[in-house]
Design a protein around this ligand. Structure first.
Ligand code: UDP
Ligand code: MG
Length: 136
């Protein structure tokens, strides 16, 4: 059965800063994702706080929000069959040290906080996150 989905991907500041935008996009395209919309932006810390609200009780929340708003990011809507899980697989584990060969975080991630990419973790959150960045 066909199950075309959309998910939200972010190329985080550490990767944009190292000019990895095109390499990472190439990995998405080579893995069958279609980039439906994209924009390069810098967000306010308050916007990062809203985006990462699920993590507000975590000890890393403040640093995470400061980091995501610290420089330009590339936000993209990706489309593919089972895009949400497929993107999580392609990204690899949150900590690049644990990420498998062939994943974006294994290849480009620096550390658990500077792990190069974000990807929605469920179809429901994908809708919320896509709306957050592309509601216009
Ligand atoms: N993060 C962190 N320290 C931690 C756990 C997470 O800095 O101990 C950051 C990391 O950048 C991660 C983000 O918080 O990508 C969101 O955490 P989550 O558990 O949702 O990981 P993800 O879904 O990005 O793999
Ligand atoms: Mg997450």
């Amino acid at each position: 059965m066909s199950n075309l989905e959309r998910t939200l991907s972010i190329i985080k500041p550490d990767a944009v800063e190292r000019n990895l935008e095109n390499e990472i996009k190439k990995m998405f395209i080579e893995n069958g994702f279609k980039i439906i919309k994209e924009k390069k932006i810098q967000i306010e810390k308050s916007e990062a706080e809203t985006f990462y609200k699920v993590h507000e009780t975590k000890p890393f929340y403040n640093d995470l929000c400061a980091y995501l708003s610290s420089g330009p990011i590339v936000v993209m809507i990706l489309e593919k069959e089972n895009a949400v899980l497929g993107n999580r697989d392609l990204m690899g584990a949150t900590n690049p040290k644990d990420a498998k060969d062939g994943t974006i975080r294994k290849k480009y991630g620096i550390s658990i906080d500077k792990n190069s990419v974000h990807g929605s973790d469920s179809v429901e959150n994908a809708k919320i996150e896509i709306d957050f960045f592309f509601r216009d």
